[in-house]
Design a protein around this ligand. Structure first.
Ligand SMILES: C[S@@+](CC[C@H](N)C(=O)[O-])C[C@H]1O[C@@H](n2cnc3c(N)ncnc32)[C@H](O)[C@@H]1O
Length: 325
Protein backbone atom coordinates (compact mmCIF):
# COMPACT_ATOMS: atom_id res chain seq x y z
CA UNK A 1 0.00 0.00 0.00
CA UNK A 2 1.21 3.55 -0.60
CA UNK A 3 2.18 4.64 2.89
CA UNK A 4 2.88 1.56 4.95
CA UNK A 5 0.77 0.74 8.01
CA UNK A 6 2.64 -0.97 10.84
CA UNK A 7 1.01 -4.10 12.22
CA UNK A 8 0.31 -2.39 15.49
CA UNK A 9 -2.25 -2.72 18.20
CA UNK A 10 -4.65 -0.43 16.32
CA UNK A 11 -4.77 -2.80 13.36
CA UNK A 12 -5.23 -5.84 15.56
CA UNK A 13 -8.16 -4.14 17.26
CA UNK A 14 -9.68 -3.25 13.91
CA UNK A 15 -9.29 -6.79 12.68
CA UNK A 16 -11.03 -8.16 15.75
CA UNK A 17 -13.93 -5.79 15.07
CA UNK A 18 -13.95 -6.77 11.43
CA UNK A 19 -16.19 -9.76 11.15
CA UNK A 20 -16.99 -9.59 7.48
CA UNK A 21 -17.68 -13.00 5.99
CA UNK A 22 -16.79 -13.12 2.29
CA UNK A 23 -20.03 -13.79 0.43
CA UNK A 24 -20.49 -16.53 -2.22
CA UNK A 25 -16.84 -17.43 -1.75
CA UNK A 26 -16.99 -21.02 -3.04
CA UNK A 27 -19.00 -19.97 -6.09
CA UNK A 28 -16.56 -17.17 -6.87
CA UNK A 29 -13.49 -19.42 -6.50
CA UNK A 30 -15.05 -22.17 -8.62
CA UNK A 31 -15.76 -19.84 -11.51
CA UNK A 32 -12.61 -17.75 -11.82
CA UNK A 33 -9.34 -18.64 -13.57
CA UNK A 34 -7.13 -18.43 -10.50
CA UNK A 35 -3.83 -20.16 -11.24
CA UNK A 36 -0.26 -19.75 -10.04
CA UNK A 37 1.00 -16.59 -11.74
CA UNK A 38 -2.44 -15.08 -12.44
CA UNK A 39 -3.00 -11.33 -12.16
CA UNK A 40 -6.15 -10.42 -10.22
CA UNK A 41 -7.71 -7.03 -9.52
CA UNK A 42 -10.01 -6.97 -6.52
CA UNK A 43 -11.75 -3.63 -7.06
CA UNK A 44 -13.43 -3.65 -3.62
CA UNK A 45 -10.87 -5.38 -1.43
CA UNK A 46 -12.53 -4.42 1.90
CA UNK A 47 -10.85 -6.40 4.68
CA UNK A 48 -9.35 -8.82 2.17
CA UNK A 49 -11.74 -11.74 2.77
CA UNK A 50 -12.09 -12.77 -0.88
CA UNK A 51 -8.65 -11.39 -1.71
CA UNK A 52 -6.77 -13.67 0.68
CA UNK A 53 -8.38 -16.71 -0.96
CA UNK A 54 -7.44 -15.35 -4.40
CA UNK A 55 -3.88 -14.73 -3.20
CA UNK A 56 -3.55 -18.31 -1.91
CA UNK A 57 -4.41 -19.60 -5.36
CA UNK A 58 -2.25 -17.29 -7.49
CA UNK A 59 0.96 -17.16 -5.43
CA UNK A 60 3.79 -17.74 -5.85
CA UNK A 61 4.25 -15.90 -9.10
CA UNK A 62 0.94 -14.05 -9.26
CA UNK A 63 -0.08 -10.50 -8.44
CA UNK A 64 -3.13 -9.33 -6.53
CA UNK A 65 -4.07 -5.68 -6.83
CA UNK A 66 -6.59 -4.59 -4.21
CA UNK A 67 -8.41 -1.26 -4.35
CA UNK A 68 -10.61 0.39 -1.79
CA UNK A 69 -11.63 3.98 -1.18
CA UNK A 70 -11.93 3.31 2.55
CA UNK A 71 -8.59 3.64 4.30
CA UNK A 72 -9.86 1.81 7.40
CA UNK A 73 -10.78 -1.22 5.30
CA UNK A 74 -7.36 -1.15 3.65
CA UNK A 75 -5.64 -1.22 7.03
CA UNK A 76 -7.45 -4.46 7.79
CA UNK A 77 -6.70 -5.83 4.31
CA UNK A 78 -3.03 -5.04 4.73
CA UNK A 79 -2.87 -7.14 7.85
CA UNK A 80 -4.91 -9.97 6.35
CA UNK A 81 -2.73 -10.07 3.25
CA UNK A 82 0.67 -9.29 4.82
CA UNK A 83 1.90 -12.86 4.45
CA UNK A 84 1.77 -12.58 0.63
CA UNK A 85 4.39 -9.80 0.66
CA UNK A 86 5.18 -8.09 -2.64
CA UNK A 87 2.63 -10.20 -4.49
CA UNK A 88 -0.11 -8.00 -3.14
CA UNK A 89 -0.44 -4.30 -3.93
CA UNK A 90 -3.07 -2.38 -2.00
CA UNK A 91 -4.14 1.09 -3.09
CA UNK A 92 -6.47 3.66 -1.61
CA UNK A 93 -8.13 4.26 -4.98
CA UNK A 94 -11.60 4.12 -6.44
CA UNK A 95 -12.37 1.47 -9.02
CA UNK A 96 -13.48 4.29 -11.26
CA UNK A 97 -9.74 5.05 -11.65
CA UNK A 98 -8.91 1.51 -12.75
CA UNK A 99 -7.32 2.65 -16.02
CA UNK A 100 -4.99 5.07 -14.25
CA UNK A 101 -4.08 2.49 -11.58
CA UNK A 102 -3.16 -0.24 -14.06
CA UNK A 103 -1.24 2.13 -16.33
CA UNK A 104 0.77 3.44 -13.35
CA UNK A 105 1.53 -0.10 -12.17
CA UNK A 106 2.63 -1.02 -15.69
CA UNK A 107 0.25 -3.96 -15.77
CA UNK A 108 -0.90 -5.15 -19.20
CA UNK A 109 -3.76 -7.58 -19.33
CA UNK A 110 -5.23 -9.22 -16.26
CA UNK A 111 -6.86 -12.61 -15.63
CA UNK A 112 -9.58 -11.61 -13.19
CA UNK A 113 -11.43 -8.47 -12.19
CA UNK A 114 -13.66 -8.80 -9.14
CA UNK A 115 -16.27 -6.49 -7.61
CA UNK A 116 -18.01 -7.21 -4.29
CA UNK A 117 -20.27 -4.20 -4.06
CA UNK A 118 -22.00 -2.46 -1.20
CA UNK A 119 -21.02 -2.21 2.41
CA UNK A 120 -18.74 -4.32 4.53
CA UNK A 121 -19.72 -5.34 8.04
CA UNK A 122 -16.90 -3.13 9.32
CA UNK A 123 -18.62 -0.11 7.82
CA UNK A 124 -22.18 -1.06 8.74
CA UNK A 125 -21.34 -1.96 12.32
CA UNK A 126 -19.32 1.19 12.98
CA UNK A 127 -21.84 3.74 14.24
CA UNK A 128 -19.52 6.70 13.54
CA UNK A 129 -19.74 5.95 9.83
CA UNK A 130 -23.47 6.71 9.88
CA UNK A 131 -24.57 3.89 7.55
CA UNK A 132 -27.04 2.19 9.87
CA UNK A 133 -30.58 3.32 10.62
CA UNK A 134 -30.43 1.24 13.79
CA UNK A 135 -27.37 2.85 15.40
CA UNK A 136 -26.98 6.45 16.45
CA UNK A 137 -24.26 8.17 14.48
CA UNK A 138 -23.49 11.27 12.43
CA UNK A 139 -25.12 11.56 9.01
CA UNK A 140 -22.00 10.58 7.08
CA UNK A 141 -22.27 7.42 4.88
CA UNK A 142 -19.08 8.11 2.90
CA UNK A 143 -17.01 5.12 1.85
CA UNK A 144 -14.27 7.58 1.04
CA UNK A 145 -13.79 10.03 3.89
CA UNK A 146 -11.78 12.33 1.64
CA UNK A 147 -14.89 13.19 -0.32
CA UNK A 148 -16.88 16.35 0.48
CA UNK A 149 -20.43 15.10 0.08
CA UNK A 150 -21.93 13.46 3.18
CA UNK A 151 -25.42 12.25 4.06
CA UNK A 152 -25.73 15.44 6.12
CA UNK A 153 -25.21 17.48 2.95
CA UNK A 154 -27.79 15.48 1.02
CA UNK A 155 -30.41 15.56 3.76
CA UNK A 156 -29.96 19.22 4.71
CA UNK A 157 -29.11 20.97 1.45
CA UNK A 158 -30.79 19.08 -1.41
CA UNK A 159 -34.08 20.54 -2.62
CA UNK A 160 -37.32 18.68 -1.97
CA UNK A 161 -37.45 17.75 -5.65
CA UNK A 162 -33.90 16.35 -5.57
CA UNK A 163 -34.70 14.31 -2.47
CA UNK A 164 -37.81 12.87 -4.14
CA UNK A 165 -35.72 11.90 -7.18
CA UNK A 166 -33.08 10.18 -5.05
CA UNK A 167 -35.60 8.23 -2.97
CA UNK A 168 -37.43 7.16 -6.14
CA UNK A 169 -34.44 6.33 -8.30
CA UNK A 170 -32.03 4.89 -5.77
CA UNK A 171 -34.48 3.53 -3.20
CA UNK A 172 -37.41 2.63 -5.48
CA UNK A 173 -39.46 4.21 -2.69
CA UNK A 174 -43.14 4.75 -3.42
CA UNK A 175 -43.62 7.25 -0.58
CA UNK A 176 -40.72 9.43 -1.75
CA UNK A 177 -42.84 12.59 -1.85
CA UNK A 178 -44.12 12.48 1.73
CA UNK A 179 -40.72 11.52 3.05
CA UNK A 180 -38.98 14.38 1.24
CA UNK A 181 -41.66 16.82 2.40
CA UNK A 182 -41.27 15.76 6.03
CA UNK A 183 -37.47 16.04 5.87
CA UNK A 184 -37.72 19.57 4.46
CA UNK A 185 -40.29 20.55 7.10
CA UNK A 186 -38.14 19.24 9.95
CA UNK A 187 -34.86 20.73 8.71
CA UNK A 188 -36.46 24.19 8.49
CA UNK A 189 -36.58 24.11 12.31
CA UNK A 190 -32.98 22.87 12.63
CA UNK A 191 -30.68 20.69 10.53
CA UNK A 192 -30.95 16.92 10.92
CA UNK A 193 -27.63 15.72 12.24
CA UNK A 194 -27.88 12.04 13.20
CA UNK A 195 -29.00 8.74 11.74
CA UNK A 196 -31.65 8.15 14.38
CA UNK A 197 -33.04 11.67 13.97
CA UNK A 198 -33.40 11.03 10.24
CA UNK A 199 -34.91 7.59 10.89
CA UNK A 200 -37.50 9.17 13.21
CA UNK A 201 -38.50 11.74 10.58
CA UNK A 202 -38.86 9.06 7.90
CA UNK A 203 -40.91 6.80 10.19
CA UNK A 204 -43.16 9.72 11.10
CA UNK A 205 -43.72 10.52 7.42
CA UNK A 206 -44.70 7.02 6.30
CA UNK A 207 -46.50 5.49 9.26
CA UNK A 208 -47.49 1.81 8.74
CA UNK A 209 -46.47 -1.33 10.60
CA UNK A 210 -43.03 -1.61 12.25
CA UNK A 211 -42.01 -4.02 9.48
CA UNK A 212 -43.04 -1.58 6.75
CA UNK A 213 -41.22 1.22 8.52
CA UNK A 214 -38.01 -0.81 8.63
CA UNK A 215 -38.25 -1.59 4.90
CA UNK A 216 -38.78 2.09 4.14
CA UNK A 217 -35.79 3.03 6.28
CA UNK A 218 -33.64 0.48 4.47
CA UNK A 219 -34.68 1.86 1.08
CA UNK A 220 -34.18 5.52 2.07
CA UNK A 221 -30.80 4.94 3.71
CA UNK A 222 -29.71 2.94 0.66
CA UNK A 223 -30.80 5.80 -1.61
CA UNK A 224 -28.85 8.42 0.35
CA UNK A 225 -25.78 6.17 0.49
CA UNK A 226 -25.87 5.63 -3.28
CA UNK A 227 -26.07 9.39 -3.83
CA UNK A 228 -23.30 10.20 -1.35
CA UNK A 229 -20.93 7.70 -2.98
CA UNK A 230 -22.17 8.07 -6.57
CA UNK A 231 -22.25 4.30 -6.55
CA UNK A 232 -24.21 3.52 -9.70
CA UNK A 233 -22.44 6.09 -11.85
CA UNK A 234 -19.03 4.82 -10.74
CA UNK A 235 -20.01 1.21 -11.21
CA UNK A 236 -21.34 1.64 -14.75
CA UNK A 237 -18.14 3.40 -15.82
CA UNK A 238 -15.88 0.90 -14.08
CA UNK A 239 -17.47 -2.29 -15.43
CA UNK A 240 -16.78 -1.36 -19.04
CA UNK A 241 -13.24 -0.23 -18.29
CA UNK A 242 -12.58 -3.42 -16.37
CA UNK A 243 -13.50 -5.70 -19.27
CA UNK A 244 -11.01 -3.90 -21.53
CA UNK A 245 -8.19 -4.99 -19.23
CA UNK A 246 -9.09 -8.68 -19.27
CA UNK A 247 -7.04 -11.05 -21.41
CA UNK A 248 -8.96 -13.31 -23.74
CA UNK A 249 -10.46 -16.02 -21.51
CA UNK A 250 -10.10 -13.79 -18.43
CA UNK A 251 -13.17 -13.32 -16.24
CA UNK A 252 -15.04 -10.55 -14.49
CA UNK A 253 -17.23 -11.33 -11.47
CA UNK A 254 -19.67 -8.94 -9.80
CA UNK A 255 -21.50 -9.54 -6.53
CA UNK A 256 -24.37 -7.09 -6.04
CA UNK A 257 -26.72 -6.64 -3.10
CA UNK A 258 -29.72 -4.81 -4.53
CA UNK A 259 -31.64 -4.71 -7.77
CA UNK A 260 -30.15 -1.43 -9.02
CA UNK A 261 -26.59 -2.70 -8.76
CA UNK A 262 -27.55 -6.00 -10.31
CA UNK A 263 -29.34 -4.21 -13.15
CA UNK A 264 -26.23 -2.13 -13.82
CA UNK A 265 -24.11 -5.30 -14.02
CA UNK A 266 -26.70 -7.12 -16.14
CA UNK A 267 -26.99 -4.24 -18.62
CA UNK A 268 -23.23 -3.77 -18.88
CA UNK A 269 -22.73 -7.51 -19.51
CA UNK A 270 -25.56 -7.58 -22.03
CA UNK A 271 -24.21 -4.59 -23.94
CA UNK A 272 -20.69 -6.01 -24.05
CA UNK A 273 -21.92 -9.39 -25.23
CA UNK A 274 -24.30 -8.03 -27.87
CA UNK A 275 -21.97 -6.86 -30.62
CA UNK A 276 -23.93 -5.12 -33.38
CA UNK A 277 -26.06 -2.24 -32.12
CA UNK A 278 -27.50 -1.14 -35.50
CA UNK A 279 -31.28 -0.57 -35.55
CA UNK A 280 -33.16 -3.64 -36.88
CA UNK A 281 -34.42 -1.76 -39.98
CA UNK A 282 -30.84 -1.39 -41.31
CA UNK A 283 -30.22 -4.41 -43.61
CA UNK A 284 -26.50 -4.74 -42.90
CA UNK A 285 -24.28 -3.87 -39.95
CA UNK A 286 -22.79 -0.40 -40.03
CA UNK A 287 -21.60 -0.10 -36.44
CA UNK A 288 -18.98 -2.86 -36.72
CA UNK A 289 -19.32 -3.65 -33.01
CA UNK A 290 -18.24 -7.14 -32.03
CA UNK A 291 -19.18 -8.91 -28.80
CA UNK A 292 -16.30 -8.83 -26.34
CA UNK A 293 -17.85 -10.68 -23.42
CA UNK A 294 -19.57 -14.03 -22.99
CA UNK A 295 -21.95 -14.37 -20.05
CA UNK A 296 -20.81 -17.40 -18.06
CA UNK A 297 -23.95 -17.78 -15.97
CA UNK A 298 -27.21 -16.95 -17.75
CA UNK A 299 -29.00 -16.84 -14.39
CA UNK A 300 -27.59 -15.04 -11.41
CA UNK A 301 -25.93 -17.22 -8.78
CA UNK A 302 -27.53 -16.84 -5.33
CA UNK A 303 -26.19 -17.95 -1.95
CA UNK A 304 -27.28 -21.33 -0.65
CA UNK A 305 -29.75 -21.62 2.23
CA UNK A 306 -26.85 -22.75 4.44
CA UNK A 307 -24.84 -19.66 3.62
CA UNK A 308 -27.77 -17.33 4.36
CA UNK A 309 -28.40 -19.11 7.66
CA UNK A 310 -24.76 -18.74 8.62
CA UNK A 311 -24.48 -15.17 7.32
CA UNK A 312 -27.86 -13.38 6.96
CA UNK A 313 -26.13 -10.43 5.27
CA UNK A 314 -25.56 -12.67 2.25
CA UNK A 315 -29.29 -13.08 1.63
CA UNK A 316 -29.62 -10.48 -1.13
CA UNK A 317 -26.33 -11.31 -2.89
CA UNK A 318 -26.30 -12.06 -6.61
CA UNK A 319 -23.26 -13.09 -8.60
CA UNK A 320 -22.74 -12.50 -12.32
CA UNK A 321 -19.69 -13.69 -14.23
CA UNK A 322 -18.52 -12.79 -17.71
CA UNK A 323 -15.63 -14.12 -19.84
CA UNK A 324 -13.64 -12.00 -22.27
CA UNK A 325 -13.87 -13.36 -25.78
C1 LIG B 1 -18.68 -5.64 0.51
S1 LIG B 1 -17.20 -4.79 0.83
C2 LIG B 1 -15.96 -5.86 0.20
C3 LIG B 1 -15.62 -6.97 1.15
C4 LIG B 1 -14.49 -7.88 0.66
N1 LIG B 1 -14.84 -8.61 -0.52
C5 LIG B 1 -14.10 -8.87 1.76
O1 LIG B 1 -14.32 -10.07 1.60
O2 LIG B 1 -13.54 -8.43 2.77
C6 LIG B 1 -17.20 -3.52 -0.37
C7 LIG B 1 -16.03 -2.57 -0.28
O3 LIG B 1 -16.04 -1.74 -1.46
C8 LIG B 1 -15.50 -0.49 -1.11
N2 LIG B 1 -15.88 0.48 -2.15
C9 LIG B 1 -17.05 1.11 -2.32
N3 LIG B 1 -16.99 1.92 -3.40
C10 LIG B 1 -15.74 1.79 -3.91
C11 LIG B 1 -15.06 2.36 -5.03
N4 LIG B 1 -15.65 3.24 -5.84
N5 LIG B 1 -13.79 1.97 -5.26
C12 LIG B 1 -13.16 1.08 -4.46
N6 LIG B 1 -13.76 0.51 -3.38
C13 LIG B 1 -15.03 0.85 -3.11
C14 LIG B 1 -16.10 -0.23 0.26
O4 LIG B 1 -15.35 0.75 0.96
C15 LIG B 1 -16.05 -1.61 0.91
O5 LIG B 1 -14.89 -1.77 1.69
Amino acid sequence: MRGHFPLNFFNRTLRKKYRHQPVLLAEVLDNLPLNKGSIVVDCTVGGGGHASEFAKKITPGGLLIGLDVDIEALKVAEETLARFGQQVVLLNESYKNLDKVLVELGVGQVDVVFFDLGLSSLQLDCSERGFSYMREGPLDMRFDRRSNLTAYGVVNTYSERELIKIFREYGEEKKAKVIAREIVKQRERRPLTTTLELAKVIKKAVGGSPKEKVSTLARCFQAIRIEVNQELKNLKEALKKAVNWLRSGGRIAVISYHSLEDRAAKEAFRELSRGCICPPEIPYCRCGNLPILKQVNKRVIRPSREEVEANPRARSARLRIGEKI
